[in-house]
Design a protein around this ligand. Sequence first.
Ligand code: GLV
Length: 387
Amino acid sequence: MIIITEINDLKKIYKRRVPKMFYDYAETGSWTGQTFIENSSDFKKIRLRQRVAVDIENKTTESTMIGRKVRMPVALAPVGLTGMQHANGEILAAKAAETFGVPYTLSTMSVCSIEDVAQNTETPFWFQLYVMRDEDFIKNLISRAKAAECEALLLTLDLQILGQRHKDLKNGLSTPPKLTLPVLVDLLTKWRWGIKMLKTNRRSFGNIVGHAKNVNDVSSLQDWTAKQFDPRLNWETVKKYRKQWDGKFVLKGILDADDARKALDVGADAIIVSNHGGRQLDGALSSIRSLPQIIDAVGNKIEVHIDGGIRSGQDVLKALALGAVGTYIGRAYTYGLGALGQQGVESALEIIHKELETTMALCGEKSVTNLTKNNLLIPKDFFNNYV
Ligand code: GLV
């Protein structure tokens, strides 16, 4: 029995318990995986400035993200197919976020539907939207998110077409999985997952099946994306969806200062510096390296959030110190979910919280809202060695 003290412990159990197809789906980047890897490894290049003899008694990690009070500025990112990592995964993750005190974001490509999550939670969650060709479907999705009292709409901008992830093609990724011989052999050792999955009826894309017209088979993310996602998405479309949503509006997938400036014209409440966890444009800069130029361009005009590569409270601290107001974890909580369900997600959040709080204190700070670049030691060529 592993004593769980770090996110990696959850990952080890996760790998043992979840079918390979879904482990691989989460734990991959596109093509060579360079951006996926650098999202995390670039965090490690930044060091922390230890300070001593500072009163750190009443320290706090509390803050706000787009007006929402949070126990720490770490929201759960939208993750597709979460309900395949664990039966009823989206509901369990949302409940864990609610118990802990951070926002949960539901993906359009979730297994549990908007209504499923709303019925099983009290706190308003956030909804991530993909723009698809079928405008009526999108309008309807937005109305459903409103009816479910979602507090924020996060519009993803970096997935008009899907980046190729080799493992998904090789594994024949589908939801629910097709029971081929290799899948059946794998499932023999993943019986816990299988039993729980047999007990739920949530096994396909809950926001789509039964809602989108002329759609017979949604089981393949690859095929669905190729046929339905709208490659024409542009800033005018973004403005149109801004007008259709009265709540908080967040643009996800900004990696360039010019795009960050364009986002200002839309009237968004926040932007998320993101390369989709390294799953889209392989070879793009890591999120943490992209952050400072975006903060310089728009940081005093709009709330800037970040995702990508965050696996610890120390990573969170580094992002906040560089100017992000909020951060998101995706894989780090997915490990917890696949390992131990709701309790595993709570455990992931507690681990990150403790790491954040302790690191902050040892850097001589009492509040996450006071962190600045001054708390970091950054290699001289870290940001400016790409032109
Ligand atoms: C979809 O959001 C994906 O990255 O797989």
